[in-house]
Design a protein around this ligand. Structure first.
Ligand code: GLN
Length: 178
């Protein structure tokens, strides 16, 4: 199965490695034609304002807006999937607050809760927060009462960085639905 990793900024090689470990064919996506034949697209973290500009300049903003390709979006990627005060793709039904936890120095690591009362080491880097979840969206990861991961259709949005530890749970969960 061919999976694209949006390769404009952020942790591209880490997501690529996760997908290779799951035996996927991985393609770097830098322009619209790179999306041909993909079963899914990963939108890595980075900085959402910069990412938005790079997407528009490369023509990928329109290509992604007009496509129903399943997307796994982490951190800045997740910001672009939900609704916020800035322009986003709004492909998923949740509201997100961009720099909820503060600045870069307020980044942190902690165990979060996933289905079946399992834990997952969440790495939050200048993370956004999902502040409300609509009816069409299913929560899949929590920090206390707060939702830190959700799915809608075949999209997945996570406010942390699952590609930065050696646990492939979320990447696996996403490709199982493709
Ligand atoms: N809060 C950042 C933003 O506004 C995202 C940080 C990240 O992707 N690690 O884009």
């Amino acid at each position: 199965m061919k999976i694209g990793v949006l390769a404009l900024q952020g942790s591209v090689s880490e997501h690529r490695l996760c997908m290779e470990l799951l035996n996927m064919d991985v393609v770097d996506v830098r322009e619209p034609s790179d999306m041909n034949g993909l079963k899914g697209l990963i939108m890595p973290g980075g900085e959402s304002t910069t990412l938005r500009k790079l997407l528009v300049n490369s023509g990928l903003w329109d290509a992604i807006s007009g496509s129903d390709i399943p997307i796994m979006a982490t951190c800045a990627g997740a910001i672009l999937m939900g609704e916020s005060d800035d322009v986003t793709f709004e492909k998923m039904d949740f509201r997100i607050n961009r720099n909820y936890y503060g600045r870069q120095k307020d980044s942190f690591e902690k165990d979060i809760r996933i289905g079946n009362n399992q834990e997952f080491r969440g790495i939050f880097i200048r993370a956004p927060a999902i502040v409300s979840v609509g009816d069409g969206t299913e929560a899949i990861a929590w920090d206390g009462e707060m939702v830190v991961g959700c799915t809608m259709d075949r999209h997945m949005a996570l406010t942390f960085h699952p590609e930065l530890n050696d646990d492939l749970t979320f990447h696996q969960m996403w490709i199982e639905e493709l």
